[in-house]
Design a protein around this ligand. Sequence first.
Ligand SMILES: [Zn+2]
Length: 301
Amino acid sequence: MNNEIEKYRKKVFKTIEKYKLIENKDRIFVAISGGKDSSAALSLIKEYIEEKNLNAKVFAYHINLGFGYSDRLEEEVEKICDSLGVELYVTNVKKEFNLNILEISKILKRPICSICGLIKRYLMNKIPRELGATKIATGHHMYDMLINYYKNLIHGNFDWNLKILPKLKSEHPKQLTKIRPLIFAYPHENKMYCEYKNIPITKISCPYSPNFCCYLSRREDYKIFQILEFSDKNFNNFNLELIRGITRFNKRIEKTIEAKKENYMECEICGEPTNQKICGFCKLKLIYQKQNMDNKISNLY
Ligand SMILES: [Zn+2]
């Protein structure tokens, strides 16, 4: 194993250990998209459990969004999981929930990425939990977190920045704890690791976000991305020190915030945790079903 890979593995393992991301009897589901980041997270969690001989299990969870490329992508995700020897669970949004994301986006006049994000967040909590998950892991890396950090500062969403942590504890019995083992990793490190491990990551990219990563398709996100790249090239480890500082600060005030946290309710329709009477996912379904019904009625005349 070369030095760079060893350094990266050590950094990720240290994050897992320090923040207790994997504990005894955990059943961790890793949300996998087919890309380098989630594939690296899945592989490293598996390596960690095996190396430390822990009494914990890892599974993969993929959401088939029902786009033109989604079935091919699902097959590629299967190959990744086969190569890593990890059991895969898939939810098909179109077949199982009868939701068409493109149509919903048109009806609601909201960007595809925002509908997609809402559906993913909902299913990533509900389905793995029903399958016995104790935690859900994602492949979010340092750049994902720092782009959000700057954007939240610019737009005044200060509270959201307090959630930039390696581990987001559950706030409701039906809410899974989220873990981000790659929070201190650079995107290029994840890529390097996947290449080293020969993980067959996908080349399929989402046509609705040109560079696969949604943030690169939006102007403001792209500007911040360039600032991060500039910092990396010119100021050694500036971004790593920044994300470390942010998480240390958030960790320090975590307890104070926990005491003030608003109470989660359960959605009146589906029973999932939400801070509204009806959750975002059910609202989406209601509007979509109503629109479909209206179309059917108008077709009769
Ligand atoms: Zn609901």
